[in-house]
Write a protein of this length. Sequence first.
Length: 226
Amino acid sequence: MALEDVLHRIRRAEAKANRPAGSVELTAVSKVQPIERVEAVLDQGHRLFGENRVQEAQGKWPTLKQRYDGIRLHLIGPLQTNKVKAALELFDAIESVDRESVAEKIAAELEKSGRSQPLLYVQVNTGEEPQKAGIAPGEADALIERCRGEYGLEIAGLMVIPPADEPPAPHFALLSKIAERNSLAKLSMGMSGDFETAIEFGATEVRVGSAVFGDRVPGAVTAASE
Ligand SMILES: *Cc1c(COP(=O)(O)O)cnc(C)c1O
């Protein structure tokens, strides 16, 4: 089974990197997947999922959370300030904090709602790709400092999506270095094609979609029914 296979590969990569068994978590990326596949993975006992769009996530997870206990949901896609409130209502972690306006909005919404802070990760655009979300590596320390100092937010870790057309290892290494000098424990890095490499470079969470669920099916019904 695909889920078991991916979990097995994660355990093997941990061992190869001399890291404790269980030190890497699997975030199963369920975006654009037919809802039956998501339910099948839930039925196998998996509980940590990633989504990249707030609106799509709103169509499935409130219902699935009523049917399954212990679901944890991470937002791994770009976040606009006008979606922050909805994101805070649904997600246990926001992995895409990449500018001060978003940090400011998160702090303001938390204050207003009295909610506890979700896990927050700063997304770093290590490849400095203009079309991609994330803060430039040279500005990451300053953003983390502003989040902590100015907005009173606790930052749990960092997230990266390396450029598709480059070897990922230098990007994983850079993310790990930025995390270390900012005393951040969590590193969300590695996808279906490179999660074993990411584990070698210290990933604490790998975000794997197609290797768990199969190829994404554009236009599939992703919403859950009661
Ligand atoms: C879609 C997506 C993934 C998963 O990609 P796969 O190649 O299917 O494993 C991981 N991270 C982010 C941010 C994504 O948008």
